[in-house]
Design a protein around this ligand. Structure first.
Ligand code: ZN
Length: 168
């Protein structure tokens, strides 16, 4: 009997999974809420490349640890890194908070993600590097389910919830 490839993680599949993410030192950085797994669309760069590669070919029910080097995770720190931006450069009604990710547009229309570190009276200290840049990522993964992506999920490049029914 031929083994079905229907439930193997591959491009065009939505993968539903639980995870924890720890640092090299074992510090817990992030985790899915118990009983509320996440979904991502495989092959669409929804998750860091090093984890996506280690998801490939897995089956529902698989549980495994994945170690991801910084280069295959959130990248290596690059200059300029920290910068102070005048507070008035942000929209007055923007509710800025440390840890928040924003996207700024330069004069050429190029979009760059930035992370807010600190809000002072006159300036906002931002970092152009992801907070997890330079970090080796230690994931523990449990694959809860695998399903085919819907046509609109493929078109959008992301899943519409665990069951694909979210409208937007
Ligand atoms: Zn969408």
């Amino acid at each position: 009997m031929l083994e079905s490839t229907a439930d193997v993680v591959s491009d065009g599949k939505v993968v539903i999974f639980n995870y924890t993410l720890r640092t090299d030192e074992g510090e817990l950085l992030d985790a899915s809420e118990p009983g509320s797994p996440l979904a991502y669309l495989h092959g669409a760069e929804n998750i860091v490349p090093g984890l996506e590669a280690q998801m490939s070919g897995r089956k529902a029910g698989d549980a495994f640890d994945a170690v991801v080097a910084p280069e295959d995770g959130y990248g290596l720190r690059e200059e300029p890194g920290l910068r102070a931006i005048p507070r008035e450069a942000f929209p007055p009604d923007a509710e800025l908070e440390p840890g928040m990710e924003l996207v700024i547009e330069d004069d050429e229309g190029e979009l760059t993600p930035i992370w807010i570190l600190e809000i002072r009276d006159e300036v906002v200290i931002i970092d152009t590097n992801h907070p997890l840049a330079d970090q080796t990522l230690h994931f523990s993964i449990e694959i809860v389910g695998i399903r085919d992506a819907t046509a609109s999920e493929v078109e959008h490049g992301h899943p519409h919830g665990v069951d694909g029914s979210h409208q937007h």
